[in-house]
Design a protein. Structure first.
Length: 540
């Protein structure tokens, strides 16, 4: 394969959709390591993906900063210094902008360019890509780096169009910010986002009403500025940090304890949970190896965490509603927080349990539940995303014989290794469904996927191959593996989780991410390559 395209033209070797963590690194690899003509098309007016859009109050990453970054460049690791234990949205955006400048990526990123369709032309073996503004591009390889959580889910509550106040979805937050001072604010949703935003909104709002459908666990994040000693330690221990993130299933910089909940006495267990609660963060999930494997084991964490809610929240009725949690701990994405439950002790905050008192409409002046009207000036939808498949399916993607991705996935996503879909030659998806992605500290699977795709394209060039797509039987096998991996855990027991697509009405209920862990996934990908790209059809 030669670089047949002129980099200044719209006909390229590779097109990448999205300029977040994935798209930027994919550009660097294809352009600078393989010498391809490559371009990124990005809907936003800046780089950063998730962190460009999610500017809601309190937006912060749940991964610890020293692991929430690229690891491909030693120099970069030395040049960038994080300021807090968990990086805030603004700091991550500065980091990604720094990376884009540092590696001269911006000249090949077209901002403000939303892709609306991508059609494969078998005759020329090229993808024809059209943008919202009607521009056309073609490329031999199409790589989607569209993120897992980039299609906002605003529930269809009747009457929203007549609301006389202002409303916002957290994932499409205005760049100029929102002033809550003196306002009556309603927040719908208590996932990771709502749990981060409520305490911050409550600080300035006249009143905050939180509408909760599913009560949620949360562990304190214990965020704090990093000390000079810790920053120094991070600079000096990059290899050790990576050794851990690359050897743990969730790719976080801490190991999962190799003990069962039942290896210790109830007193010891309580002390372990207390210590993890004090330490804060997702490390709580790593206290025992069987928390997500056994209901009995999980129940012990569940009771500990529900006890904490009852301890913190003073009003017994509110505490009861907040602790009335119907799923195992961490079966939904476990939030971490700064003063979430404490916020309900404020005089200006109230909770509405919409399971008991459902939202029936939005009126011109607020939210109406079955029992009463809640007058509001502002509504914040912390209602999540059409996760994983949403960002792909909103693009009209068509493969061989005009097969649409929407049709191919009508009963749920089907692909091989989360990387390629049968019938869609030379299309690669980064952190698509079937990838460990959202169950991990994201930069680790992102770098693995990007490097795998880069190596694959390099292999094709070396051998004069021009087309790759997975075999149907390999797809069947991978879908089975994804289902089996989820079934071996408690994850599918959270019936309304976005991992299952259950938060979007009408979406097929399929557990989407690969729950077998990043270590096993990486090994499978390496074995596939070692066996000559087993499961793929490569051709000229
Ligand atoms: P999530 O985790 O999907 O949370 C959305 C929340 O909004 C959740 O509490 C939902 O309740 C609630 N929701 C959604 N639709 C409605 C309606 N119609 N009425 C009432 N409540 C509703 O999204 P987040 O943005 O918090 O987090 C997404 C990920 O970003 C997170 O997991 C991290 O990986 C980063 P439900 O639970 O569906 O009953």
């Amino acid at each position: 394969m030669t670089t047949e395209a002129n980099p200044a033209s719209n006909d390229l070797d590779a097109l990448i959709i999205g300029a977040g963590f994935s798209g930027m690194y994919q550009l660097l690899c294809l352009r600078d390591r393989l010498g391809l003509s490559a371009r990124v098309l990005e809907a936003g007016d800046g780089v950063g993906g998730t962190w460009y859009w999610n500017r809601y109050p309190g937006a912060r990453c749940d991964s610890e900063s020293h692991s929430y970054c690229y690891s491909f460049s030693r120099e970069l690791l030395q040049e960038w210094e994080w300021s807090e234990r968990y990086p805030g949205q603004a700091e991550i955006l500065r980091y990604l902008d720094f990376v884009a400048e540092r590696f001269d990526l911006k000249r090949d990123i077209r901002l403000g360019t939303r892709v609306v369709s991508a059609h494969y032309d078998a005759f020329s073996n090229r993808w024809r890509v059209t943008t919202e503004k009607g521009e056309h591009f073609t490329a031999k390889f199409l790589i989607t780096a569209v993120g897992c959580l980039s299609t906002a889910n605003v529930p269809a509550i009747p009457g929203l169009e007549h609301f006389e106040g202002r409303w916002f979805h957290t994932g499409q937050w205005p760049h100029e910010g929102v002033d809550f001072t003196g306002k009556r604010v309603g927040q719908i949703g208590t996932g990771s986002t709502g749990i981060q935003s409520a305490p911050v909104i409550a600080e300035t709002a006249a009143h905050l009403t939180v509408f909760q459908r599913t009560a949620n666990y949360s562990v304190p994040a214990r965020n704090a500025p990093l000390t000079p000693e810790f920053k120094q330690w991070v600079r000096e221990h990059q290899d050790d940090i990576q050794a851990i993130t690359h050897s743990t299933p969730n790719a976080h910089p801490f190991r999962i304890a190799d003990r069962s909940v039942f290896d210790v006495t109830p007193e010891e267990r309580q002390a372990i949970y207390e210590a993890a609660w004090e330490k804060g963060g997702l490390q709580f999930r790593a206290t025992f190896r069987d928390l997500l494997l056994s209901k009995e084991a999980n129940d012990t964490a569940r009771e500990f965490l529900r006890g904490k809610i009852r301890e913190i929240v003073k009003d017994p009725k509110t505490a009861k509603a907040l602790a009335d949690i119907d799923h195992p701990y961490a079966a939904k994405r476990p939030p971490i927080d700064t003063n979430y439950f404490e916020t309900f002790n404020r005089d200006n905050v109230s909770l509405v349990d919409v399971r008991k008192d459902p939202i029936v409409a939005i009126t011109p002046t607020g939210v109406r539940t079955r029992k009463k009207d809640h007058p509001l000036d502002l509504i914040v939808f912390a209602t999540g995303f059409d996760a994983m498949t949403g960002p792909l399916l909103r693009i009209d993607i068509r493969g061989r014989d005009t097969l649409s991705l929407a049709d191919a996935w009508h009963a749920g996503p089907r692909n091989y290794l989360g990387l390629q879909v049968a019938g869609f030659p030379n299309l690669f998806t980064i952190t698509g469904p079937g990838s460990p992605s959202v169950l991990c500290n994201m930069p680790i699977p992102i770098e693995q996927h990007v490097e795998w795709i880069t190596d694959c394209i390099a292999h094709m060039r070396r051998h004069g191959l021009t087309r790759i797509e997975p075999r149907e039987d390999a797809v069947d096998d991978w879908v089975e593996k994804v289902n089996a991996a989820a079934a071996a855990t408690l994850l599918p027991q959270a019936h309304h989780s976005w991992y299952l697509g259950a938060n979007v009405p009408g979406k097929p209920r399929v557990f989407m991410p690969y729950a077998g862990g990043m270590v096993r996934y990486r090994k499978i990908c390496e074995e596939v390559v070692a066996k000559g790209y087993e499961g793929f059809v490569l051709s000229r």
